[in-house]
Design a protein around this ligand. Structure first.
Ligand code: ZN
Length: 450
């Protein structure tokens, strides 16, 4: 059995119960990733069984949701539990879905809320247990991708706090001792982080990056593309993308511009560290020890290989605000063959992020505009696009990178929208100099205007 030497190489060996929990969890995920799939499923069900028994006893929402005799002994038992959604979570009082009492040894360290790009804001408690596992998964990612935890990293995401400690006017961001802080800072010591505001002008972000020459950049793919054209004398060791779907053409452009490997992280506030790119293939592996990811059809049955379905996640270590069979609003594709790397972890062909919003149809129905997004990705030269639906059949498409489209391209785009909304539409195309990104560097690809 292969064993990682990552901690032997980098750990400063400070002692604390929290750091020991991270080390233990990492050693566990380092070992279990090589187990056969069936054995990993068994470990997951055992963890789910404990979590669900607890939630049924201590969390009002799950007490009401699950029947009192519900016992989880198999994946079928697990699949028989009702799903939950972001709407369920956002609509209820936080007390209703928070544990009245935590298991011995667990404490809430802090709480975090989702960015609310969909309008529903969800708060999640971060306990010492949840954080230990999150760190273990992050260390495994660093190990997979050969990321030096003492390297420097520009994290371009959150709106920076101009009055906070470490603020640096020249880079329009905050300089911190470690880009990942918390456990990483304690475990590995230095690893200077530059936290920069994703809503700043791309030229400004690019100037700071060139000046700082960080080893790594962490941002959304869209943001990285928007600064790519200004990057001449700079080559990072790797790009770490997070926060939106990384399409194959986008990944290819990033590789070409930055001449560095691109690694993608699939994580969300509600579901903790969930999946990340395999170091040997273009696919993703689920952090099965930390989360159960199901890919389901609309009727709740599991998708077959090659099918795209709804991503339903269970966060296995969140006991304070449990997230069980949670429909996160994303889509993913089940691969048709196992990953060649030999890990027993669940493999996902690709994720289709929630930025592929749904278009509105007659009678209040909504449908994913996947065909439209795929069509747009195939049109050469278009850098960013945003489709605005103003009524059932009235659409405006803003694009950057191209001033005009030919008739054939226009017809293809209109047809992709018409197929989704099941009617003829009026479509205007407006070239734009730029389409601003949202507060965390996300690009809203589809929006509604009432
Ligand atoms: Zn793999």
């Amino acid at each position: 059995m292969r064993r990682s030497e990552f901690l032997d190489r980098h750990d400063r060996r400070l002692e604390s119960p929290f750091l020991d929990a991270i080390r233990r969890s990492f050693r566990e995920v380092d070992r279990t990733q090589w187990l056969p799939g069936e054995q990993i499923r068994k470990l997951q069900i055992a963890k789910a069984k404990r979590l669900i028994a607890f939630a049924k006893k201590r969390v009002p929402m799950y007490r009401e949701l699950y029947s009192s005799d519900a016992v989880i002994d198999s994946i079928d038992d697990f699949r028989s539990l009702p799903q939950t959604s972001r709407k369920d979570f956002a609509d209820c009082d936080i007390k209703y879905r928070t544990a009245e009492k935590l298991p011995i040894g667990q404490q809430v360290l802090f709480s975090e809320t989702t960015s609310g790009t969909t309008g529903d804001v969800v708060m999640i408690d971060r306990t010492n247990l949840l954080e230990a596992w999150r760190h273990a998964c992050m260390i495994r990612e660093c190990d997979w991708w050969d990321i030096d935890p003492n390297g420097t990293c520009a994290v371009i995401r959150m709106p920076a706090n101009k009055h906070g400690p470490g603020w640096n006017e020249e880079i329009n961001g905050t300089i911190v001792n470690h880009w990942s802080r918390d456990g990483f800072e304690l475990l590995f010591g230095s690893g200077t982080g530059y936290h920069m505001d994703a809503s700043a002008k791309p030229e400004q972000i690019a100037m700071s990056i060139i000046k700082l020459q960080p080893d790594y950049i962490q941002a959304t793919g869209t943001l990285l593309l928007s600064i790519a054209e200004y990057m001449s004398d700079y080559r990072p060791k790797a790009l770490l993308t997070i926060g939106e779907n990384l399409y194959a053409p986008m990944k290819a452009s990033l590789l070409e511009y930055f001449r560095a490997p691109v690694y993608d992280i699939y994580a969300a506030v509600e579901t903790n560290r969930t999946a990340a790119t395999c170091p040997y293939s273009e696919r993703y592996h689920v952090h099965d020890e930390n989360a159960i990811v199901e890919i389901l059809r609309d009727d709740g049955t599991p998708c077959e290989p090659g099918e795209i379905g709804n991503v339903v996640v269970t966060s296995l270590h969140n006991y304070s605000t449990p997230v069980i069979r949670y429909d996160i609003g994303d889509l993913a594709e089940v691969p048709t063959s196992p990953c060649p790397c030999g890990r027993g972890l669940t493999t996902i062909e690709c994720f289709q992020g929630r930025e592929i919003a749904r278009l509105r149809l007659e009678g209040g129905r909504k449908r994913i505009a996947l065909g439209f997004v795929m069509t747009m990705n195939d049109i050469p030269g278009v850098k960013k696009f945003r489709l605005t639906q103003r009524g059932l059949d009235d659409f405006e498409l803003r694009i950057t990178g191209r001033k005009t489209l030919c008739d054939e391209e226009f017809a293809r785009i209109r047809q992709s929208i018409e197929q989704t909304v099941e009617r003829s539409i009026a479509l205007r195309i407006t070239p734009a100099d730029d389409i601003p990104l949202g507060p965390r560097g996300k690009l809203t690809k589809i929006e509604f205007v009432d």
